[in-house]
Design a protein around this ligand. Structure first.
Ligand code: HPA
Length: 273
């Protein structure tokens, strides 16, 4: 058996020894958004450190556990804290949790993140519905022997972020009176923030936001046939767009400031997808 798949099966067995919960929807919480999982109807939590072979995140502000429970009576699994490529894990480990949630039964995936705004019309604190992504700046999570058990060697990526789910999210945001921008997310490796020249280049590519996560997870999820959507919290304007220097504190402060609205939107969306 393929090494990556073997590790996945090991993690799956390890989780299945602890719970037989079957989620329908998976949710990954980004920087500063992790509190959401504390407010749901929790059935069980499993710390990443309890799962054999599981990559454990090291970023401050990121808890490391799966929360199993219900949102609007929908069975969900939530990743409270994700694993980033810049932490030094191979891409196959970065997307392992996503694949694991799919293997646990989740057919739908909601991705969230903190991102830098590249579109000049955006403001810090905005939400952006991800319409598409650019992953040129990172290695593909699908490199290596194909995991035939999960999906095809050359998967289509022409609609990574489901039009159906995007329609539901837009409708729910409008009903809640939440302004929702739309745009293209560029994933970069980090951990340094970008330079102003890089941001100008990404804008010319068609980027609306930049970040250090999400697109690789979306790719892995699409490879295995999950229905995917993503929402970015624009926590800051990207490098060179203001006179301010960028720091992780600002990212967390903005995410905290809009967390209430974010929670409302996610809860409404989970009930409708
Ligand atoms: N760049 C990259 N990642 C980020 C940013 C940014 O400006 N803000 C939050 N995550």
């Amino acid at each position: 058996m393929n090494e990556v798949y073997e590790k996945l099966k090991l993690c799956l067995n390890s989780v299945r020894e602890k719970t037989d919960f079957r989620p329908e929807t998976a949710l990954i919480l980004g920087s500063g958004l992790g509190d959401y999982a504390d407010d749901i109807q929790i059935e069980q939590t499993i710390d990443y450190s309890e799962i054999e072979g599981f990559p454990v995140s090291t970023v401050p502000g990121h808890k490391g556990r799966f929360v199993f429970g219900y949102v609007n009576r929908v069975p969900v699994v939530i990743m409270q804290g994700r694993v980033h490529f810049y932490e030094g894990y191979p891409m196959s480990d970065v997307v392992l949790p996503t694949r694991l949630m799919g293997m646990l039964g989740a057919g739908k995936l909601i991705l969230t993140n903190a991102a830098g705004g590249v579109n000049v019309n955006f403001n810090a604190g905005d939400f952006m519905l991800i319409t598409d992504h650019i992953t040129t700046g990172i290695p593909s999570p699908l490199i290596g022997p194909n995991l035939e058990e999960l999906g095809t060697r050359f998967p289509d990526m022409s609609e990574v972020y489901s039009l159906r789910l995007r329609g539901i999210i837009k409708k729910e945001a409008a009903q809640l009176g939440i302004v929702l921008r739309e745009g293209v997310y560029v994933q970069l490796t980090g951990p340094a923030y970008e330079t102003p020249a890089e941001i100008r280049m990404y804008r010319s590519w068609g980027a609306d936001a930049v970040g250090m996560s999400t697109a690789c997870e979306a790719m892995a999820a699409r490879h295995m046939g999950m229905e995917v959507c993503g929402i970015s919290c624009i926590t800051n304007m990207a490098a060179g767009m203001t006179t301010k220097q960028l720091d992780h504190k600002e990212v967390q402060e903005t995410a905290d400031r809009v967390a209430g609205q974010f929670k409302k939107l996610i809860t409404a969306v989970i009930g409708k997808i």
